[in-house]
Design a protein around this ligand. Structure first.
Ligand code: C2E
Ligand code: MG
Ligand code: MG
Ligand code: MG
Length: 287
């Protein structure tokens, strides 16, 4: 009897796995269609100077509205695209679209996320070079965001690729800093121009002394190594003041604006005074 139960359980488990797999396969097919029919969109989140009032750049963030499931987070569909190989096509589209949109904002840096699989392809730097040439986008205004997982077990090819990108005049940012291995070796060896402090540290600044200490340490580390430091996920006036006092160069977060359609970015550039935050009062912390 016990044996039978065991077999039944195994059977249910298998069915659940099958269901999960076929759900994923379905979604993957939908993503393929969405890419083919141009149903993905790119939104742009402002990156501002430490006052919060001057937009320095934007980060391109991909959006997918599924015909029946509604909005699907990139945290879900980017890994799906990576596992199915669709990331190659998706990533090429994002790069091109961001550059084309960015042509309209000559004063801004345009940051584009590059997934590990995309970055690891031997022809990635060629793709960037070709897309820059085809769009006429200024390489100095392009910033590629990669995460540490790109570097793991892959030092030599990552370095070659990064040096080629640097030679094109493109800037490189280390995204989500503090969440991976955060080896200091990476910072010495690889030519990053910028560190982006992960949102999880910013979130705890007011509540946890350790998060605040980490933010201070990352800022001085970045500065000491000649890199710019950006804080992600800034939501409150208190976080803003803390980070400004800590010496970050730039900030990004809901306090300064969510990801928005390209025409909204243009509107902000035209009427910057309408988006000032520096007059807002903090609730407690004074820088
Ligand atoms: P990321 O590159 O670290 O992007 C920042 C994420 O934090 C975005 O989420 C953004 O909307 C969110 N965020 C910004 N400010 C705040 C804030 O103040 N509070 C909160 N709660 N969240 C904030 P999103 O757009 O959902 O993207 C999630 C991740 O998906 C990105 O993290 C990036 O890793 C990936 N991703 C998005 N678009 C692309 C893309 O075009 N290509 C690739 N390869 N990855 C992408
Ligand atoms: Mg990013
Ligand atoms: Mg990030
Ligand atoms: Mg992140």
């Amino acid at each position: 009897r016990a044996k039978n139960e065991g077999r039944n359980r195994a059977c249910i488990y298998d069915n659940a796995m099958d269901a999960d797999l076929s759900k994923r396969k379905l979604l993957e097919g939908d993503l393929r269609e969405a890419i083919k029919h141009g149903q993905l969109r790119l939104l742009y989140q402002p990156i501002v100077d430490k006052s919060g009032d001057v937009m320095l750049g934007v980060e391109a963030l991909c959006r997918w509205t599924h015909p029946t499931r509604g909005e699907i987070s990139p945290a879900e569909f980017i890994p799906l695209a990576e596992n199915s190989g669709l990331i190659v096509e998706l990533g090429a589209w994002v790069l091109r679209k961001a550059m084309l949109d960015g042509l309209a904002w000559p004063s801004l840096t345009v940051a584009v996320n590059v997934s590990p699989l995309q970055f690891r392809r031997a022809d990635f730097a060629d793709l960037v070079e070709r897309t820059l040439a085809e769009t006429g986008f200024d390489p100095a205004r392009l910033e590629l965001e990669i995460t540490e997982s790109v570097l793991i077990g892959n030092f030599d090819t990552a370095e070659t690729s990064m040096l080629r990108l640097k030679a094109l005049g493109v800037r490189l940012a280390l995204d989500d800093f503090g969440t991976g291995y955060s080896s200091l070796l990476y910072l010495r060896r690889f030519p990053f121009d910028k560190l982006k402090i992960d949102r999880s540290f910013v979130l705890s600044i007011e509540k946890a002394a350790d998060a605040a200490a980490i933010v201070h340490a990352v800022v001085s580390l970045g500065r000491g190594l000649g890199m710019k430091v950006t804080a992600e996920g800034v939501e409150t006036a208190d976080q803003h003041l803390f980070l400004r006092a800590a010496g970050v160069h730039s900030m990004q977060g809901y306090r300064f604006g969510r990801a928005m359609a390209p025409d909204k970015i243009a509107a902000r550039l035209e009427a910057p005074e309408a988006f000032k935050v520096s007059g807002d009062q903090p609730t407690s912390l004074a820088g």
